[in-house]
Design a binder for this molecule. Structure first.
Ligand SMILES: Cc1ncc(COP(=O)(O)O)c(C=O)c1O
Length: 411
């Protein structure tokens, strides 16, 4: 959705007051463009909402791993939450210390766990009994010890898209209650681990606070029995408004957690991803062709499911707007599609836009999270460039477009 940082001035879509269309001169589209100002706004709102809970924050790198964004977030006091060796190395490259990294994931390989040990990551979130043994052994081999949170699957239903609900009984994530209690009761069997936290993440893009509250209650019931548990990591999941329905805010989540957490002396950790970056990013694309088929007005653009997979993967909705608004033009119902050879390569269905011409530019909004990170080379399409617009309106490339040379060299 349009926000204070990404909005129209005199019918030109601007980021922090800088018109986007003139920037595109000789730039190849599609390209991602982020607003540093919007990211700052979101982090400030998060920190303010959870101040009374004394929470600490680790940005979930899976949502966006651009180094300029990671550096900005680290400079604002956030740690980083990673789920692979690649993300771990990207986090270190951004300048964060190992201690400020949380390493999560349902299937960490032995070499990834060893990376975590050798770089001294602050927390490893364990999801499997065998993983606990393996990490203990690796820490012993390197003559060190690791701090661990056990990821609990609380078997609660989160109000979200089924593909991003993670805390229900049939999800692959976390340890069930019995496995978790067994590990806690046998903590002495892991001399190189300090099992000091519980980790619960019930889902992403949560439409209400209920699933989180249910997860907290279940986790507290276990934490109460084990005084060595001093930290509760509640993951991410805070929603972004992709449409104009009302969504719970950081403040709503904090207020719903407060009465549950206040009686307990637990440190609260959070791993937000989407809510920090989603509405800071747009994908700029150019119209290649127009055609009418089956009574539908198709707009074929140069972006596709390879740059933005969310519509094809989840049926996700993203608002599409023109870079140059033309209020005087008649509005037409369009379906916006990409060039990829898949029928699912539809970026937006039945959107009302001013009468479009070939060569016009469109912006797909709210793509800063799970956008570029999910891009791929299907149909041998190069990955797009990423730009950052600073709060003063200055813009720079923060990751160049992948060249055909590097794409072909890897074949
Ligand atoms: C364990 C964990 N933490 C944090 C996140 C980030 O969630 P979100 O982007 O919804 O804030 C996820 C996302 O799936 C996750 O699985």
């Amino acid at each position: 959705m349009i926000n204070e940082s990404i909005r129209y001035y005199e019918d030109q879509l601007c980021v922090s007051g800088m018109a986007i269309q003139p920037l595109l001169h000789e730039q190849v589209t599609p390209l991602y463009l982020y607003s540093a100002e919007r990211i700052t706004h979101n982090v400030n709102a998060l920190q303010k909402a959870f101040a009374s809970l004394g929470a600490s924050f680790h940005f979930s790198v899976k949502a966006n791993s651009n180094l300029a964004i990671l550096r900005q977030l680290v400079s604002m006091g956030m740690g980083l939450d990673v789920v692979s060796g690649g993300e771990l190395l990207a986090a270190l490259k951004s300048g964060v210390s190992g201690e400020q990294i949380v390493f999560a994931g349902v299937g960490k390989t032995p070499s990834e766990l060893e990376l975590a040990v050798t770089h001294g990551v602050g927390w490893v979130n364990i999801e499997n009994v065998a993983e606990c043994h393996l990490l203990n052994q690796l820490a012993g081999k390197h003559g060190t010890s690791m701090r661990v949170a056990l990821r609990y699957n609380p078997e609660v239903q989160a109000n979200t898209h089924p593909n991003i609900a993670t805390g229900h009984k049939y999800a692959k994530f976390g340890l069930n209650r019995d496995a978790l209690l067994n590990l806690l009761n046998q903590a002495h069997a892991f001399p190189h681990l300090h099992i000091e936290g519980l980790h619960v993440h019930v889902g992403s893009q949560l439409e209400d606070t209920q699933g989180t509250q249910d997860g907290i209650r279940k986790a507290l019931e276990i934490a109460e029995q084990f005084p060595q548990i001093h930290t509760l990591n509640l993951g991410g999941g805070f929603p972004t408004a992709y449409d104009d329905r009302p969504y719970p805010t950081y403040h709503d989540f904090a207020q719903s957690m407060l009465p549950l957490l206040r009686p307990h002396n637990l440190h609260l950790m959070l791993e937000p991803g989407r809510s920090i970056v989603a509405d800071s990013g747009i994908l700029v694309t150019q119209v290649l062709y127009l055609k009418e088929q089956g009574g539908i007005n198709l707009v074929v653009v140069d972006a596709s499911m390879t740059e933005l997979m969310r519509p094809a993967l989840y049926g996700a909705h993203h608002q599409v707007v023109p870079l140059l608004n033309a209020p005087e033009k008649r509005r037409v119902r369009y379906t916006v599609v990409g060039p990829v050879c898949e029928s699912t390569d539809v970026l937006a269905k039945e959107v009302m836009l001013p009468d479009i011409q070939v060569g016009d530019y469109l912006a797909i909004l709210d793509v800063g999270a799970y956008g570029m990170v999910m891009s791929n080379n299907y149909n041998l399409r190069p990955r797009p460039a990423e730009w950052m617009v600073e709060a003063d309106g200055s813009a720079r490339v923060v990751r160049p477009r992948q060249s055909f040379e590097s794409l072909i060299a890897e074949l």
